[in-house]
Write a protein that binds this ligand. Sequence first.
Ligand code: GLU
Length: 917
Amino acid sequence: MCILKWILVYFLLLKTVYSRIEVPIGAIFDKENGEAKVAFKHAVFRENMYGAKFNLIPIIKNIDATNTYEAEEAVCSMFSEGVVAIFESSSGQFKHTGIVASIANEFGVPHFMNQWTPELPAFKRPFRQFTRNLFPSPSIFSRSLSDLVKDYDWTSFTLIYEDNYALMRLHDVLQYHDTTVGPVMVRQLDENEDQMPMLKEIAKYGETRIILDCSLDRVIPILAQAKKVKLLEEYQNYIITTIDTHTIDFSEIEGNHANITTFRIIDPGSVDAETAVHDWKQDAARKGESTGYSTEKIKTESALIHDAVKVFSSSLRDFSLNAEIELPELDCKEPKKWEQGEVILKILNEKTDEGITSRISFNDNFERNYFVLEIIEYSFAEGLKKIATWDPDKKITMLRTTEEVELKISQSLQNKTLIVTTRTGMPYMRIKPEYDGIPCEGNHCLEGYAYDLIDAISNILGFKYEFRLVAGNKYGSYNKETKKWDGLVKELLDHNADMAICDLTITYMRRSAVDFSAPFMTLGISILYAKPEAEPPNFFAFMDPLSLEVWLYMATAYLIMTVALLILSRMAADDWENPHPCDENPEELENIWNMHNCIWLTVGSIMQQGCDILPKAASTRIALSFWFFFALIIISSYTANLAAFLTMSRMGVSIESADDLAKQTKIKYGAVLGGSTLQFFKDSNFSTYQRMWSAMESMDPSPFVADNKEGIERVLKSKGGYAFLMESSQIEYFSQQNCNLTQVGGQLDSKGYGIALPFNSPWRTLVSHSILKLQENGILLQLKEKWWVENNPGAGECGDDSGGGGDTPELGLDNVGGVFLVLGAGLVVAVIVCIIDFIWNIRQIAIDETITPYEALVRELKFVIDLRQTTKPVGKGLEERSDSSRSSQSSKSDRSLKSAISKESLKTAESEKLDRV
Ligand code: GLU
């Protein structure tokens, strides 16, 4: 019984195996195709292992894909063999004619493709109802490439393409590029193999980002030519959109340093990929063939044909669960549809499968709507490396952290020698004084802040550096006519250097040509001006407030006034007075306004001292009132002006801001030619700066200078006639060397100096990080101290006299010495007059008292010397003279002025008393 049971089971098993229906499937391959055919066969082999109700029988035809007739014949011959599906595989660029698809669709036979096809009407629904292309939908594929370019932040690039299909493939890349941000250059490959002229032009243009889409066999020859024209250097970036670039052997372009990015639709880590490659290798080994099969290098065509077999077989399996497979009996000459084909494809559309190319699913347009794009980067050191993935849901997913990327770059920097271009200009870079006049090449003859900064960064990042002085010592400016950059920027654009450092300002314009690190110094535009050199001390500075003309007019007015007073008083009755007030009927009247007194009165009033005697007549009083008024105004004006004059020479600067400069034309102003300061005024929308720019442009001689040094020399030479628009950091440095130099006003803007690097320089982020580190450690501050103070001749010697006019100027003897001189001179004159007067008096005494002049001198000197003697006996002669003087009223006596005035005042007092009585 038991044996019978076992025989029955065995019988049933045999029946299942042998009762499996044989289902032929056709496959059309390019003649040249090898790997795809292997992939197809092994996919069929694997599917047959499932133990389904059918056994797939592959029928393979090798044809020329471009030959319509051959293709048609192959399909018809397959129909006669009862194929339930046709798998059409072609390699490389799109070249099939669509004939297979149209026949299959006409007869309702499932048709599978594995190649990118354009969205031509012939390939659109409903013509492809029975066609399933395992290659992703062209529109989604185009979107994936566009996302990649966007993620790379390629604001401008050059697209090199082979045929118009490439432009269709890259439709979204071109369509969604914002041309306002950057231009796109599109160049078609020459039909012959020599691409050098085109590549040279691209290199000349300074392009660093290139998208290349061409057939696989042209990739390496093009890259090899690009290498020759230096288009495969460190800063060049390529996205190669050619399918299967990952299978290329890059060893031919060995030593290239460009960043090459490509992609594949294959998941080399999938079970299917590993199983397939394992099978292929075993099969090859059995045949004694050596193969280079590897999961990393599976061709797209092979992977897709594998997956096509897999999804079809899976759908057929599902179909066979509920229905009997009826093999089609088709004849190309008799159009007729195979009914089951549509049902099987409907099942296929509703399910999703996993294959070598990840998840496989189709949309209602029969297009593959899901796939995972593996983004891979080629580097000379590491070969191909997966760096990100793209899928329609998550878009780009980066697989490397920023730290990992930085670590990789940092490793590549170790011991690498970077070329650093620079220009001389203190305190950033100079040729060491001991190399003055000797040609300087290399690092040993240079020094400065920039040198130390690069050294500090290199210590952090581990690279070596070599400084190169730029020809022409220019910063880098753009010439709109020649459309070319010069100076340091040009060096970077030509890839003659890896970095550029000096007092190079980060500007929008420069940023469009090169990259900048984080700023290592912040500053702003300001005005450098020379304090006028101290005028030689003027002893007679007190004369300055009034011009010589005014002084002369004043002296004339004084004389006229004195004479007028004399005449008026002699004419005015009220100024003729009773000499003896007690005598009511005097015999004669006295007029005290002799020349002496007139002079004294006018002097006393203009000196604001007044006078003991004053006129009484209306006319003289009126005249005198106006003289007083004149004196008041003159003295007030003089006093006010004197203060201003004495302080002004010390204040020096007459401009305090850019506005002041803009408003005047006397002081010229300019900046460094080709520098960012000049550009600031050129591009400014602010009216003051626009005015300044137009003024500068029209100045003759030109106010522009070649460098800061020349500007400073011009400021110093012009002695206040030229102001230099300069950056504050340099003003800070140079104003310490010459105390006459001063910064006027504040800063007109705020910006920074940065290290410039070519676009897409891999070192930029690391250099920026190092600068931030140096800033946080205080090293940048130390460097500034070193070059602005310690190595700055004259630092700290100017004190804090900013010269801005804020300090109160003190008057020195130099300014007021003249007044002392005048006082001294006055005293000398007084002494001389006194001596003459004294001698004259001696002579009179000698005559009057009939004694010798010597005796008279001795006696009089005794009185002078003996300070206890305050009284003196009246001499005979003296008495007589006094009497005669009183009687004649025109005394020309030699008596001292003091006694005369006291007597006059006594008389005035007496006469006033009498008036009142
Ligand atoms: N630092 C300026 C530049 O990078 C040059 C000096 C200036 O323009 O004041 O262009």
